[in-house]
Design a protein around this ligand. Structure first.
Ligand SMILES: [Zn+2]
Ligand SMILES: [Zn+2]
Length: 342
């Protein structure tokens, strides 16, 4: 089969590899759509945590497709069934899992290999993080279950309440998914902050109430002005840079919450004002990945039409054009997610 192998930074090659055989409890899926992700772009541009991805590997982790072969020992799924699967499955046995922090599992099975004609789904993922995709949901939409699951985990943790003013730094795919989610959760004013006007326009089309380009207006002053001088109730950082993590702390009101969502380069640190934590009672939290429950919820929200992810797919490309797709994403101001159709 044809697959996109990642060897290192900006080194992505289309190769002919052996089509995997599903073993006990495993399933082989014919990939019908795989969507590009901010994490993929980061890995392509600057590498990533070795615990999560070991190179060389077939790249890509957001996918949906048709069951092509079912391994021994399974009563579900059936051949031909439309399915989506998550890129992780927790062990349920480690200390983190025993505490219910499944997204922090110490022995997570990670699944890479979406940018290929076929993907072999591990047994643990089949049982914990794979669902049938309803007919009316396209493969592209179903693939977006993965980033939406991560976003649901984040917004749930941040504890957004009806009427909360929410400022989101970064109008890329993850920032936009946060926007869609918090609006559905009853956010009051939503404020998107990004350096690229085209992205802000896109955010406004998706329902952002206010947009701020920090190159044109001071974001701290603008957010305060929009929130009667107090700052946002919730600030979400969806870029993954120490500078924007620090900026997020300056936009929040006293007693508010900062959700540092974007993963920063390894080894980086931020400065946090002790006064903001003490006198301002700011809550600062991180969020990483999602649990199988969030994946299930994300698919439900997509399938019910509660969260419409369709506009986020701005282009469709062939598997052969994968490298070009990432070059386009590196440079483009208007592309959000590209659906790769093997
Ligand atoms: Zn993703
Ligand atoms: Zn575990």
């Amino acid at each position: 089969m044809k697959a996109a192998m990642l060897y290192g930074i900006r080194d992505l090659r289309i190769e002919e590899v052996e089509t995997p055989k599903p073993g006990l409890g495993e399933v082989l899926v014919k990939v019908k759509a795989a969507t590009t992700c901010g994490t993929d772009l980061k890995i392509f541009q600057r590498g990533y945590v070795e615990k999560v991805i070991k190179l060389p590997t077939i790249f890509g982790h957001e996918w949906a497709g048709d069951v092509a072969e079912v391994g021994e020992g399974l009563s579900w799924p059936e051949k031909g069934m439309r399915v989506r699967g998550g890129n992780s499955a927790p062990c349920l046995r480690c200390a983190m899992c025993q505490k219910g922090s499944y997204n922090l599992c110490e022995d997570m099975v990670w699944l890479w290999g979406a940018y290929a004609e076929y993907i072999k789904v591990p047994a643990r993922t089949v049982s914990l993080n794979m669902q049938p995709v309803p007919q009316h949901v396209s493969y592209e939409e179903a693939a977006i279950t993965e980033p939406l699951a991560c976003v649901l985990h984040g917004v749930e943790k941040a504890g957004i309440k009806i009427g909360d003013n929410v400022a989101i730094i970064g109008a890329g795919p993850i920032g936009l998914l946060h926007l869609l989610a918090v609006k559905r959760m009853g956010a009051g004013k939503t404020i998107m902050i990004d350096l690229v006007d085209e992205r802000l326009e896109f955010a406004a089309k998706l329902g952002a109430d206010y947009t701020i380009n920090p190159q044109k207006a001071d974001s701290q002053a603008s957010v305060r002005q929009l929130t009667s001088g107090y700052g946002a109730d919730i600030v979400i950082e969806a870029i993954g840079l120490p500078s924007t993590w620090e900026q997020a702390l300056k936009l929040v009101r006293k007693g508010g919450t900062v959700l540092e969502f974007g993963g920063c380069p390894p080894g980086t640190e931020i400065r946090v004002s002790t006064e903001a934590l003490h006198y301002g009672e700011t809550t600062v939290m991180g969020a990483f990945h999602a649990t199988p429950l969030h994946f299930r919820e994300a698919l439900t929200l997509i399938s019910s039409g509660t969260i419409n992810v369709k506009p986020l797919v701005t282009r469709k490309m062939n598997l052969n054009e994968i490298k070009e797709a990432f070059e386009i994403l590196s440079m483009s101001k208007t592309e959000i997610k590209i659906a790769i159709k093997p």
